[in-house]
Design a protein around this ligand. Sequence first.
Ligand code: FAD
Ligand code: MLT
Ligand code: ZN
Length: 461
Amino acid sequence: TSKKHAKLKRGNFARLSGKHVDHFQSLLGSASQVLTEDLDGYNTDWMNIMRVSKILRYCNDQKLAVVPQGGNTGLVGGSVPVFDEIILSLQLMDKVISIDQMAGVMVCQAGCILEKLDEQLADYNLMMPLDLGSKGSCHIGGNVSTNAGGIRLLRYGSLHGSVLGVEAVKADGEIIDCLSSLRKDNTGYDVKQLFIGSEGTLGVVTAVSILCPQRPKNVSLALLACSTFDDVLSSLKEARNQLQEILSAFEVFDNDSMMSNQTNLKLMNPLKEHNFYIVVETSGSNQSHDEEKLNAFLETVMGSEIINDGIITTEPSKIRILWGLREKITEGLLHDGYCYKYDVSLPLAHYYRLVEDMRVRLGDRATRVVGYGHVGDGNLHLNVTAPAYSAELHSLIEPFIYEYVAKLRGSISAEHGLGFIKSKYIHHSKSPQAVVLMKQLKKLMDPNGILNPYKTLPHTD
Ligand code: FAD
Ligand code: MLT
Ligand code: ZN
């Protein structure tokens, strides 16, 4: 038990014993597939698993607590044990079941890695409807369980829309087969939605059916720079107006994020130093038409001096480098020592004011206070770094930030979920009645509370 869990009481779960281990070995048919030693790597990594239903049924009968784990890239402590819960890794369930090119639907197992799925879909002129900086490690099952957002949400919407079907296993081992591939199906409650974004607390996702958009024929990327956040918003308005159906991403990051990239990752800023940088991506099917629209947009924003500097490219290798400036901020900030991470939704008029207010509040106690994120979706990532964890700094940030966001009717977790770290703050974004209903659903679907205990819902006893 780490210091951070010191105040939390272990739930009334059974202790894993030799009897349980023997049973797992009999289920899996091989002693080498049940590990009880040298587990350090697995608490930050993966473990073998195949027969999810039988394993959960047994765990439920024995009151053994379980943490479902995908790629373990989650940012809220949801995918690792708090005490001695069993890690149920989906890593070996990594098969693509079918790809229907005509319908644009892929069905696959939960342990498939997001980037690999996207690469496979390229052969069918299709693509994944989501893209995250963690794509090389995260699983589609983890993405669905967290309802991950990312840089394509602006264009293709959330997984609540693009996931057509889910196969999941309840805590008691019952398999819920909602693995439909239909676009339209209004036969009562949309049960699969319960597993999307519930962070492994209601069931283990074992397979997913997902709507995949047509892969664009050409992609262009512009990295732009401007002086004020109002300029960022004016550019967003203009991009929406002029680029419309070809706009596929609109991201922002501030100069403090750029400085971290430069200092911590030695990434080069290809532009002159400015207060804000914007990544605008377009993707479409007609190169000359798309370029004409992007050029017209750039002429407007540069002509009216909303944007002061910029570069544009259509070359895939250069696109990757420019995207890296935005996607590697997360990694760069860790080099400062300790990083307090926040992921909020705010009305755009208040989006960057929170970063400015936090800077004033923390003064020189913080190494950096940075703001970046999916501004086109109203989602800000506010990160504070320091050489090491400090309880004093922590108490200056929280609950201040959650109260600030709640006052504006924002969300205290736009896309990362609540996991272990943020579950106790749920009341800032959900009404008491909604939290009661969530608890009732949890009780119904997992009466013994074995699935991902201490996560998502506030832990009361
Ligand atoms: P894990 O981390 O393993 O698990 C996450 C949660 O889901 C846990 O609660 C776990 O118990 C549960 N879970 C995992 N698999 C299953 C399953 N099969 N069944 C039931 N429950 C399961 N997130 C965003 O939303 N947008 C971003 O842009 C984004 N960018 C990121 C960039 C970086 C560099 C990093 C490190 C993370 C980023 N994330 C982002 C966060 C993270 O990658 C996502 O939350 C991702 O969806 C987690 O997937 P995973 O497979 O790693 O899940
Ligand atoms: C991102 O958009 O870069 C991710 O959500 C990760 C982060 O918040 O750092
Ligand atoms: Zn994000």
